[in-house]
Design a protein around this ligand. Structure first.
Ligand code: AMP
Length: 532
C-alpha cells in the first residue's frame, strides 16, 4: 500500500460548535418554555455556554469516558450538555423519561452514570431512581441551579484532545422484549451521520432555514439534527415538552420552521391543528417522517392539503439512526399523485455510507429487484459494531460477515429503494402465508374515517394466526367495518382481509411514540378472556 499523505485530523463533535459559532454566529437555537414564550440564544452564545458547562463538568470530577446521563426534553440546555460532554471526552447518555422507572434504573446502573441532568418536571421520576439517589449532589436540575453552575464555572480553554473513535453518546433501545441494549456512538460516527444527512439530502432546507426536531434528543440524538443543523448553518427550534398539535402549530408558525422531523403519531396531532386553523404554519415546507411507516393518507393530507413536502425515512437506534432518505428525484416528483404516493410509501433510498442487503432464513442474499424480500442487514461507519457491554446480544445481532441484522423484513428495489414489509416479530402468519401488518394498516388508512390503526396477529385454531385490525376513528366519525373491509379488499388478497375489526378510542404507545403491538396483543387477549 502507498499511504496517502493527508492530515489525519479527527472528526470531532466540538469542532461542530466551533465551526457554527465562527461561521454562523447569529443563527439561533430557540426553545419553547414550559410556561409559554421562548428562550433564544445564538450559536456564538451557545459556544460560550458550552465552554462554561465543560469547565463545570471538569470541576465536578467528570473524566474522559465517564457517562453523563440526561433525562431531558429538547431544549438549548440539552444541546449544551451534548456538546460539553463531547468537549471533555465524556459520554452523553440520553435516557427516555417515558420508560418505566425500573427500566431507567436498570439502564443507569448498566451504564454506571456518574452525573445526571434532568428537567424540573421530571423531578418526581428522578426521586424513584435508586441510582440517582446514590449520585447525591451529582444530580443537577436544569433550572436556575444549572444557570448558577454555568455562571460560577471557569470556561474550558481547549477541548480535550481525543481520538475520533472515542465514545461520545449512549442510547439504549427501548427493549420490548428483554433488557434494553446500549448503542455507543463515537465522535466519528456522529460527525459522519451529520455529513451524510447533508449529503443525502434528507432535508432540502435552504441556508438559514430552521429545523424543528420533534423527535426527542433522548432518542438517537434527535435523528442527528443537533449535529446536522449547526454544520449546515441552520437554526434549531426546540419544542421542550409541549408536543401536542396546537403547541407545535403555534411554535412553528411564530418561528417560521421550514423542516420538522418526527414519528407519525405527532403529525396526526399537527394535522388536526392545521385542519382547525385551515392552513399550514407559516414557512412550513417539509416534514420528515420516520420511526414507523407513514400512511398514504398522511402523505396526501400534507402534500395535497397543505403543500408540505413529505420525506419518508427509515432508521434505527443502532444506525445513528438514519438509513434511507425519502427525497424524490425530479423525475419522481413529476409523477402523478397515485404513483408519487406509492413511491413515498416506501422508505426511500439508502444514504451514502449505508450498505444494505436482504437475506433468506439460511442467510442467502436475495436479489435487489423489488420483488424478493428477506431480513434486512446493514453495514457502515454509522452502524454499531456491538452493543455496549452486552456480548450475548451481539451473538445474534451480527451475521458471519459482520453485517448488523435489523430484525426488519424488507425488499430492496432498483436504485437502492427500500420497502419495509414489517418488523419480523410483527408479521402475521395465517395458513402458512405471511401478511404484512404495515401494508394492512397503510391500506386501511385509505378509509377516510380511520385516524390511526394497527394490525396484529392473534392465535387461531385453524389458521395458526388471523389478523385483527384495531381502528381509532377520526373525531366525530363512526366508520362501518364492512366499508373498511371493502377498502382492504381492493388491494389485498381475500384471505389477508381481517374478519375482526375492533374500535378503540386510542392505541397503546411505546416510549418512543410507536404503537406498542405487544401491549395491543395483550389488551386483545384480555378482552377476549372477559368477553363482550
Ligand atoms: P428505533 O430503534 O426505536 O428507532 O426503531 C427502529 C425500528 O423502527 C426499525 O427497525 C423499523 O422496524 C421501525 N421503523 C423506523 N422507521 C420506519 C419507517 N419509515 N417505516 C416503518 N418502520 C420504521
Amino acid at each position: 500500500m502507498l499511504p496517502g499523505q493527508m492530515m489525519n485530523r479527527p472528526l470531532s463533535i466540538p469542532a461542530i460548535i466551533d465551526f457554527a459559532a465562527e461561521t454562523f454566529p447569529d443563527t439561533e437555537i430557540v426553545t419553547a418554555l414550559p410556561g409559554g414564550g421562548t428562550h433564544r440564544q445564538t450559536y456564538h452564545q451557545t459556544h460560550a455556554r458550552v465552554a462554561r458547562l465543560a469547565g463545570a463538568l471538569v470541576a465536578l470530577g467528570v473524566r474522559p469516558g465517564d457517562r453523563v446521563a440526561t433525562l431531558a426534553w429538547n431544549t438549548h440546555r440539552h444541546f449544551e450538555i451534548y456538546y460539553a460532554t463531547a468537549g471533555i471526552g465524556a459520554v452523553c447518555h440520553t435516557i427516555n423519561p417515558r420508560l418505566p422507572p425500573a427500566q431507567i434504573d436498570f439502564i443507569m446502573r448498566h451504564a454506571e452514570d456518574a452525573v445526571l441532568f434532568h428537567d424540573t418536571d421530571l423531578a418526581g421520576l428522578v426521586g424513584q431512581l435508586g441510582h440517582a439517589r446514590a449520585l447525591g449532589d451529582r444530580v443537577i436540575a436544569l433550572d436556575d441551579g444549572y444557570e448558577a453552575l454555568l455562571d460560577a464555572a471557569a470556561p474550558l480553554r481547549a477541548w480535550e484532545a481525543m481520538d475520533e473513535n472515542a465514545a461520545s453518546g449512549l442510547c439504549y433501545t427501548s427493549g420490548t422484549t428483554g433488557d434494553p441494549k446500549g448503542a455507543l456512538y463515537s465522535h466519528r460516527s456522529c460527525v459522519l451521520m451529520a455529513l451524510m444527512i447533508a449529503a443525502g439530502r434528507v432535508s432540502l432546507c435552504p441556508p438559514g432555514g430552521k429545523f424543528l426536531p420533534v423527535v426527542p434528543m433522548f432518542h438517537v440524538n434527535a435523528w442527528g439534527l443537533p449535529y446536522a443543523a449547526p454544520i449546515t448553518g441552520n437554526g434549531l427550534v426546540m419544542p421542550g415538552n409541549r408536543l401536542d398539535g396546537e403547541s407545535l402549530f403555534r411554535l412553528m408558525d411564530a418561528e417560521g420552521v421550514y423542516s420538522a422531523w418526527g414519528v407519525p403519531t405527532v403529525w396526526m396531532g399537527l394535522l388536526e391543528a392545521m385542519d382547525r386553523h385551515g392552513r399550514r404554519p407559516a414557512g412550513f415546507e417539509e416534514v420528515v417522517i420516520g420511526g414507523s411507516a407513514a400512511s398514504g393518507q398522511m402523505i396526501e393530507r400534507f402534500e395535497e392539503g397543505y403543500g408540505v413536502r413529505v420525506h419518508h425515512c427509515w432508521g434505527m437506534t443502532e444506525m445513528s439512526p438514519i438509513g434511507t432518505s425519502g427525497v424524490l428525484e425530479p423525475q419522481e416528483a413529476a409523477l402523478d399523485r397515485k404513483a408519487r404516493t406509492r413511491l413515498q410509501l416506501s422508505q426511500g433510498r439508502r444514504l451514502f455510507g449505508v450498505e444494505m442487503k436482504t437475506v433468506d432464513e439460511t442467510g442467502v442474499a436475495q436479489p435487489a429487484d423489488g420483488q424478493h424480500d428477506g431480513e434486512l442487514a446493514v453495514r457502515g461507519p454509522t452502524i454499531i459494531s456491538g452493543y455496549y457491554r452486552n456480548p450475548e446480544a451481539d451473538h445474534s445481532a451480527f451475521d458471519a460477515e459482520g453485517w448488523f441484522r435489523t430484525g426488519d423484513r424488507a425488499r430492496i428495489g432498483p436504485r437502492g429503494r427500500l420497502r419495509l414489509v414489517d418488523r419480523i416479530k410483527d408479521l402475521i402468519k395465517s395458513g402458512g402465508e405471511w401478511i404484512s401488518s404495515i401494508e394492512l394498516e397503510q391500506v386501511a388508512m385509505r378509509h377516510p374515517g380511520v385516524a390511526i390503526c394497527a394490525a396484529v396477529g392473534m392465535p387461531h385454531e385453524k389458521w395458526g394466526e388471523r389478523p385483527v385490525l384495531v381502528v381509532v376513528p377520526r373525531p366525530g366519525e363512526r366508520p362501518d367495518p364492512e366499508a373498511i373491509r371493502a377498502v382492504l379488499a381492493q388491494s389485498l388478497a381475500k384471505w389477508q382481509v381481517p374478519e375482526e375489526i375492533v374500535f378503540r378510542a386510542s392505541l397503546p404507545m411505546t416510549a418512543t411514540g410507536k404503537v406498542s403491538k405487544l401491549d395491543l396483543r395483550r389488551l386483545l387477549r384480555e378482552a377476549a378472556a372477559t368477553g363482550p
